[in-house]
Design a protein around this ligand. Structure first.
Ligand SMILES: NC(=O)c1ccc[n+]([C@@H]2O[C@H](COP(=O)([O-])OP(=O)(O)OC[C@H]3O[C@@H](n4cnc5c(N)ncnc54)[C@H](O)[C@@H]3O)[C@@H](O)[C@H]2O)c1
Ligand SMILES: C[C@@H](O)[C@H](N)C(=O)O
Length: 346
């Protein structure tokens, strides 16, 4: 286990060196920690740093198993006083600010999306600035619009998203970089592709269809896909996402040449995922007619992303490809959700 022993310094815009942390293990607070990424990220962080050092917070109520796994506090990301109190009371070093409303849900409730994704971020950044914390807040491939370049979209390109979600995430990247330049805040962000995991159901995104396809296959139900059969999107299995995120969080700041990095796994279309699933079991599928909200969004996003900078600067390297992920998802979904039937082989 790698320990958090380095004494690191942050340079503010005024040139002063500020002491960041010299503790053995960082004390970490996660907002939106009951969501898809927080659920798996908190498990791996607790294994590395100790359960008591990872504080999960969310606006939702925690289940008994979450309460048994380690510290949990109710926290609405829009209540600045609450977040700051938790940071002070628990001597927090890093905030992982995960609470957000994603693409499809954002188009349904754009004002709530702006409130949470913009005001929640601003509050978290201010707490990080005031208390000299490292702050990680994820971005997404949704920052790209159709003019960003479809294939192997680079870190530095045109950012003209069409969704309110993407617009709030461009702001996140820019505001975080501003806090870093102006006040030396150790802001870090990753542009994730669609994340696929078994432990939770995804919440309101364009890429959710992929997780649902596995559940429908196991439940022997017909899936009506909102995204066209041949629409490719960048995706990543959760183990790669959380392992890469931890590597990025632990990277010495001097290695990072930017605040925000593309992080890519592999790309597939619904039809390719269908074929991967059908190597194991039957899945009956139909496709929504016309252009659904999810299809419109998917078509505006890249087909693939270039993550050369993440690979070169802090050693990012994914391990899972499509068929590896399919195999693991079929084991993991029934394990995490006992009500879902185990795989019925063809
Ligand atoms: N999952 C993906 O495919 C993906 C891809 C790219 C980027 N991201 C980003 O990663 C982060 C985490 O994503 P996720 O998939 O875990 O999201 P999620 O929707 O699964 O979870 C979000 C969590 O935030 C909580 N929440 C909602 N409103 C809140 C509030 N006011 N205060 C506190 N908590 C609140 C929800 O209860 C939920 O547990 C988000 O910033 C998202 O934009 C996710
Ligand atoms: C890509 C991502 O940010 C999210 N899964 C969405 O589809 O909205």
């Amino acid at each position: 286990m790698r320990s958090f022993t380095q004494t690191s310094f942050l340079r503010s815009s005024a040139g002063a060196l500020r002491f960041a942390s010299a503790k053995k293990n960082p004390k970490i607070l996660i907002t939106g920690g009951l969501g898809q990424i927080g659920t798996d990220l908190s498990i791996i962080l607790r294994k590395k740093y100790g359960a008591e050092n990872v504080i999960v917070t969310d606006i939702n109520k925690a289940s008994d198993s979450v309460l048994q796994a380690g510290p949990f506090f109710h926290c609405n990301s829009l209540e600045s006083g609450r977040l700051e109190q938790l940071v002070v009371d628990n001597n927090v070093d890093w905030i992982l600010h995960l609470s957000a409303i994603m693409s499809v849900l954002g188009e349904k409730i754009p004002h709530q999306c702006m409130d949470l994704n913009i005001d929640g971020l601003r509050i978290a950044l201010e707490v990080a600035r005031k208390h000299n914390l490292r702050i990680f807040a994820p971005s997404t491939m949704a920052v790209f619009g159709a003019d960003a370049g479809k294939v192997m979209t680079k870190d530095d390109t045109i950012l003209n998203p069409t969704t309110i979600y993407g617009i709030t995430k461009v702001l996140l990247e820019q505001l975080g970089a501003y806090y870093n330049r102006k006040w030396g805040v150790d802001f870090r962000s990753i542009r994730y592709p669609g994340i696929i995991s078994a432990a939770t159901l995804p919440g309101g995104g364009t890429t959710d269809y992929a997780v649902h396809m596995y559940h429908y296959a196991l439940n022997n139900q017909t899936f009506n896909c909102p995204v066209h059969a041949n629409e490719p999107l960048p995706m990543m299995y959760i183990d790669d996402a959380v392992n890469g995120t931890v590597k990025f969080l632990e990277a010495d700041r001097s290695l990072l040449k930017r605040c925000t990095y593309n992080m890519a796994g592999f790309s597939f279309t619904p039809d390719e995922l269908h074929k991967s699933i059908e190597k194991h079991t039957k899945l009956s599928m139909t496709y929504e007619e016309g252009t659904s909200v999810a299809q419109g969004i998917a078509h505006s996003w890249p087909d693939s992303m270039d993550d050369t900078n993440a690979r070169n600067d802090w050693g990012w390297k994914p391990e899972f490809l499509l068929d590896d992920m399919t195999k693991v998802m079929f084991d993991e979904i029934p394990r995490c959700h006992p009500a879902v039937p185990k795989l019925q082989k063809k």
